[in-house]
Design a protein around this ligand. Sequence first.
Ligand code: NAP
Ligand code: F7E
Length: 349
Amino acid sequence: MKKAIITGITGQDGSYLAEFLLDKGYEVHGIIRRSSSQNTQRIDHLSTGKFAEEEKFVLHFGDLSDSNNLNKLIYHIEPDEIYNLGAQSHVKISFDVPEFTSDVNAIGTLRLLESIKEVNPNIRFYQASSSELFGKVKETPQSENTPFNPRSPYAVAKLYAYWITVNYRDAYELFATNGILFNHESPRRGKTFVTRKITTGISNIIKGRQDKIILGNIDAKRDWGFAGDYVEAMWLMLQQDSPDDYVVATGETHTVREFCELAFEHVGIDLVWDGEGENEKGFDSATGKELISISSQFFRPTEVDLLLGDATKTQQKLNWKPKVSFKELIHMMVDSDLNNYNNLYRKEY
Ligand code: NAP
Ligand code: F7E
């Protein structure tokens, strides 16, 4: 039986990856931060189920800012694979907490690699790299060969993490890989990322708990996939004969505006727009009710305007393809928020 450590196990991807690895028969060890309020909702079904009873799902306190803690955990757990998903992952917030973001996202990755090098260089390592590395894009679509041009403290920290992963692979022959993942969403997405902000907003509007959704740049374009599909690609990267870097994306790009239109359409509302820039608004065409407005509060000091991934290498080498379409993803998220499922589309454990 293989053993894996997942940093960021309480997050969206961590929870899907934990389920995926448990299904494959792994013993999964998750690193969680001490918090004064409960933050384990996405994995509580694993902590209380049969996997926990059989000690196949184990949680440990730790933090990517604490080298000694990471060394100790890696030494005692003796994992075959480490998936580094832990990060301050919000791009806009990285402008408010750039130093913390850099410590966790950049130096946190170095801490893990150093520990692997010293404790057991045979451990396979997955780094959660990001399409944000492409930033103000140098070409479209973006592939493994596209030059990086980061646009936020988050992306600059992830750039360090990307290159230190490549460097430890080259210098010390570690099996260290980068998954350059484009945006991926789910009913478990954090509620301040734009997709989930829209789907929770729609649910609240329909239930009479919120009047409208206030957004920033609705013309930004993203290549959005389903997180449940993307964790399989992470695992596949660590099962290859040699380490490499891979883009994971759907190959389709859509605006935030389109996301809003399709999400409202799913609940029977035809959204129409009026005005320009910060004065633009979205209305229900049937009733005239204002449903969306724009506030500069949600603009970023530097924006990533367009992301569109070319995942040809991943499709060919890993035989991986996304299963859930853009429209299916939106429907899944809207339905989940309307029904308060949160964990919709997961198997029962
Ligand atoms: P997420 O939901 O925000 O989860 C982030 C995880 O990191 C949480 O478990 C969080 O713990 C943990 N974390 C934060 N600071 C930490 C620290 N100092 N020490 C240890 N753990 C810490 O993010 P996600 O969407 O699942 O993304 C997973 C990873 O992929 C992240 O590295 C993200 O940057 C990257 N990524 C995401 C996307 C995407 O579209 N989702 C695309 C490309 C790359 P708490 O619960 O305690 O906060
Ligand atoms: O923004 C625009 C915003 O915060 C998407 C992270 O997982 O994916 C994620 O980063 C777009 C941006 O995700 C609002 O300006 C408009 O252009 O959902 P987001 P992100 O910044 O793309 C990458 C790949 C990661 O690696 C990150 O970890 O939507 N937008 N109005 C808004 N965004 C937010 N959050 N809120 C708004 O009101």
